[in-house]
Design a protein around this ligand. Structure first.
Ligand SMILES: [Zn+2]
Length: 80
């Protein structure tokens, strides 16, 4: 993966362009806004966008329906 132009600070959502990129991942970064300097607490711009996609309400509805079906099948009152 190519080095991105910037990374996202997951603590304050600031764009940080001062970071060390090696082996396809963030090795070091420092946020000037909140002082965060934990490489694990920074996200790539495309990864950050993916997280927003998971908030799609249609996807959440499908998951909720599946869980309700399982509970109904395991209802002990139906067996007696
Ligand atoms: Zn920050």
């Amino acid at each position: 993966m190519a080095r991105p132009d910037y990374v996202i600070c997951m603590e304050c959502e600031a764009e940080v362009d001062e970071f060390t990129w090696r082996g396809g991942e963030i090795r070091a970064a420092e946020c000037e806004v909140c002082g965060n300097h934990d490489p694990d607490a920074f996200a790539l711009p495309e990864e950050y966008a993916d997280e927003f996609d998971e908030d799609d309400p249609e996807d959440l509805d499908v998951g909720d329906l599946d869980l309700e079906d399982e509970y109904e099948e395991e209802d002990p009152e139906d067996e007696e």
